[in-house]
Design a protein around this ligand. Structure first.
Ligand SMILES: [Zn+2]
Length: 128
């Protein structure tokens, strides 16, 4: 996503410059200049934005780690639902969202074999 945005700026910057340059060559009079000049300026500005965006937009690991599903109950046709999300890069942590009370809990490692919600006491799952 970040990479895409940066490439977009760089690409449109180059297109503006190339377009501006070809217009000034193809239409070498005052009209050509009034079109090509702003295009060239816009292209240079876009390029500067594209290059400067790079170091500031690193993916923030801590921000990713602090992400958790929104709290709030979720139910479907009378049965209790839950949501389990596991972070795949170490240290592995798992968030468990209880569909009954809507609370989110963090556990170390992957999905536990069984889970009883500590907030409302409902057994969410149990693997034999
Ligand atoms: Zn619960």
């Amino acid at each position: 996503m970040v990479q895409f945005a940066k490439t977009n700026f760089l690409l449109s910057g180059w297109i503006c410059i190339v377009l501006g340059a070809s217009i000034s060559i193809a239409v070498p009079d005052a009209i050509g200049l009034t079109v090509s000049f702003p295009l060239g300026i816009a292209g240079i500005i876009l390029l500067i934005i594209g290059i400067r965006k790079n170091p500031e937009e690193r993916v923030n690991i801590d921000e990713m780690r602090s992400w958790q599903p929104e709290e709030g109950p979720m139910r479907e046709a009378g049965r209790v639902m839950y949501r389990v999300d596991t972070l795949l890069d170490p240290p592995i942590k798992t968030t468990i969202k209880c569909g009954s009370c809507g609370k989110v809990d963090w556990v170390d490692g992957g999905k536990p074999k069984s889970w009883k919600c500590p907030h409302c006491g409902i057994q969410l799952w149990e693997e034999e």
